[in-house]
Structure formats: C-alpha cells, structure tokens
Ligand binder design. Structure first.
Ligand code: DGI
Ligand code: FE
Ligand code: FE
Length: 190
C-alpha cells in the first residue's frame, strides 16, 4: 500500500536522529531545485529524497540480513558498511512504504555509489545529497559551483571529493564509484 507524502515523512523522520532528518529535508529542497533546473520530475525527486537515507541508522546486522535474505547485491557485504544503506533503503521503500515507481527506487538504490548510465533522477538525488544546504565539508562550495554548470560536472566534483577522501585515508574504494565517475566524464565528452 502506498503511503501519502505526509505519512512517508512521519515514518522516515521517526526512524532517524533529528540531525539526519534535517539533512534529509535539505536533500528534499536541493533535489526539487535541481529537478526543476535540469528537467527531472520534482515530485519524484522529492519522494526519493525523503526516503534516500531511510536505512542509514539500521543496525548493521539487520542490513546484512535484508541483503542476504532477499538476494540483493551481496558484493556490497565485502565493502564499506556505509554503502549498504542505499541498497537496503531501496528495498524497504518498495516493501514497507509501497513505493512502486522504479525511477524513485533506482534513485534511492544508486544515491551513494552512482552507477554506469545514471538516470536523470539518479543524478538529481545523488548530487542533491552532496550539496544540500546543511553540508559543510571541505570542497562542498566547489561542488555547488559545478552543480550550476551541469548535473554531470557537479557529480564528477562530488565523486572526486569522495574518492580523494578515501585515498587520503587509505580506504578501499568501491569500484562502482570509480566507474560512475568515469562514465560521467565520458558523457560530457560525447
Ligand atoms: O548517507 P549520506 O551520508 O548522506 O551520504 P552517502 O549516501 O553518499 O554516503 C557516503 C558515505 O559512504 C561516506 O561516508 C563515504 C562512504 N563510502 C565509503 N566507501 C565509499 C563511500 N562512498 C562512495 N561513494 N564510494 C565508496 O567507495
Ligand atoms: Fe546516503
Ligand atoms: Fe544523504
């Protein structure tokens, strides 16, 4: 059964600390602005933004169980646990919140890593997650500037910042993040 927007907001906000809900509200705002600027569906962008981090505070064991028990992308289990919430979030958006729109589900699923061939809505939600007004990490202003040029320029700047951070901390990089970033560069050159 599909929930109304207000019911979704109630259900999602009650599952996370106030700070994460504030972040989510920022992503909703930025996603709608980007959707309107770049011709994506602002209503879908809003719903995807509401749900994008729904699983962010799930216990790791529960995320792992959902991934295993439902045949989700098990490759994630051998990578950083920070990557799991988008896959789990997409699954629960459909199962528990009645979201049946595959564009919205995909935008939730790919909001952290990106994917090769990101849809317009994937790009909007992923970039909004980087630039929402509450973000203040080093380099966010550069990403905001690039986001004014194009979704692709904004996302390349975003993924570059994530990859640089992981490199500087000698952490493993999820290969799809690199492939997504390379694909966006290829898209700009085509
Ligand atoms: O959920 P948010 O904090 O709003 O943002 P997100 O969904 O983009 O999560 C990013 C987190 O995942 C961030 O702490 C970095 C971490 N991470 C770890 N390895 C990777 C990674 N992110 C990406 N994109 N690629 C990785 O390889
Ligand atoms: Fe996230
Ligand atoms: Fe987020």
């Amino acid at each position: 059964m599909a929930l109304s927007r207000e019911e979704l907001i109630q259900a999602v906000s009650s599952q996370m600390p106030a700070k994460r809900w504030k972040h989510t509200q920022g992503v909703m705002e930025s996603a709608v602005i980007l959707a309107e600027k770049y011709g994506a569906d602002p209503v879908k962008a809003d719903i995807a933004a509401i749900l994008h981090d729904v699983a962010k505070y799930w216990p790791v064991a529960e995320m792992e169980a959902v991934i295993r028990d439902n045949g989700l992308n098990a490759e994630l289990l051998s990578h950083d646990k920070q990557l799991w919430h988008s896959e789990v979030g997409a699954f629960v958006a459909e199962r528990d919140y009645g979201v049946s729109d595959s564009e919205i589900i995909n935008a939730i699923r790919w909001h952290t890593s990106g994917r090769v061939g990101m849809s317009l809505l994937d790009k909007v939600v992923c970039l909004a997650d980087y630039i929402e007004p509450g973000r203040d990490f080093p380099g966010v202003e550069h990403i905001r500037e690039q986001a004014q040029r194009s979704l692709e320029e904004g996302l390349i700047a975003g993924f570059d910042s994530t990859i640089s951070l992981l490199l500087s901390q000698r952490r493993v990089i999820y290969p799809l993040t690199v492939l997504s970033r390379n694909d966006l560069i290829a898209q700009l050159h085509n």
